[in-house]
Design a protein. Structure first.
Length: 275
């Protein structure tokens, strides 16, 4: 059996982790350096996995202690149906999927191993998946998600964004949020790679899933586990696709995501602070 690639993410990000009983990979973007001598303001923007497993204690932490007022779900409709988030009084739940046949008009079905699936889930080719996210329909969903985050946080209302495991779709959305706030790629990448610290604890479950897709081929299953970790290349190919289609990330943010100078400054005023 091959050895799993070990995480190399900085443990400095551990201070931003929100430890819950039934939900993993949750962290506050607060503390990440941005332009000048500033950082993302703590307690405003959170990222993580789906909340289907949230316990009553988890819900108290998220919605009462942290004051999260809105949950943005980036998952496909079928993922939401299979594992719905809990409803919490006074908390808005927004479904803004990146891919969804009914809601967005496009689905992602390119499998890494001849299109093989587990139910409707697919082990994608990460390079292809991240590159595909620059398509116009998904880009429109990113625009809506970012607009919601900016509008709510500008009014002092904390937001939680998530997909299934909090890595791919959430990773790209976080890249966009942090880019608008003025973070550099190195700091964005370091936050992204910290997901591997959590994923390494989930190795048995992840391996079992990919072993099933690989039809019992252990070497192929381990390759899939490693390929589906957070990798620098994932964000790089997304940025390459954005540059190829829209010029560069700044042009993408301004032209496709609708964030002009005034809106950007409003967002920065609400969600950054001095170190």
């Amino acid at each position: 059996m091959l050895d799993i690639v070990q995480s190399s993410a900085s443990l400095e990000h551990a201070a931003r982790v929100v430890t819950l009983e039934g939900v993993g990979n949750v962290r506050d973007l607060g503390g990440i350096p941005v332009y000048g001598d500033r950082m993302v303001k703590p307690g405003m923007i959170f990222r993580g996995a789906a909340l289907a497993g949230a316990t009553s204690k988890d819900r108290h932490t998220l919605f009462e202690e942290l004051g999260i007022s809105c949950v943005i779900d980036l998952r496909c409709g079928w993922e939401v149906e299979a594992k719905p988030n809990p409803v919490h009084p006074g908390v808005d739940s927004l479904h803004i999927p990146f891919y969804d046949k009914e809601k967005v008009g496009v689905e992602y079905e390119v499998g890494a191993i001849n299109g093989q699936k587990v139910g409707r889930d697919v082990a994608c080719d990460p390079d292809d998946f991240y590159r595909s996210l620059a398509n116009p329909r998904t880009t429109a969903q990113m625009r809506e998600c970012l607009a919601q985050i900016i509008a709510r946080t500008s009014n002092g209302l904390p937001v939680y964004q998530h997909c299934s495991g909090g890595k791919d779709r959430t990773g790209v959305m976080t890249l966009l949020v942090l880019t608008v706030l003025g973070a550099g790629f190195a700091d964005i990448l370091e936050d992204y790679l910290y997901t591997n610290v959590f994923r390494d604890t989930q190795f048995p479950e992840t391996y079992a899933k990919f072993l099933h897709i690989a039809q019992g081929d252990e070497e192929q299953a381990l390759k899939l586990v490693n390929d589906h970790r957070a990798r620098r290349e994932n964000l790089e190919v997304f940025l390459e696709a954005v540059s190829e289609s829209y010029g560069n990330i700044d042009a993408f943010v301004h032209g496709q995501l609708g964030v002009g100078d005034a809106l950007r400054e409003e967002f920065r005023a609400a969600c950054t602070c001095s170190k």
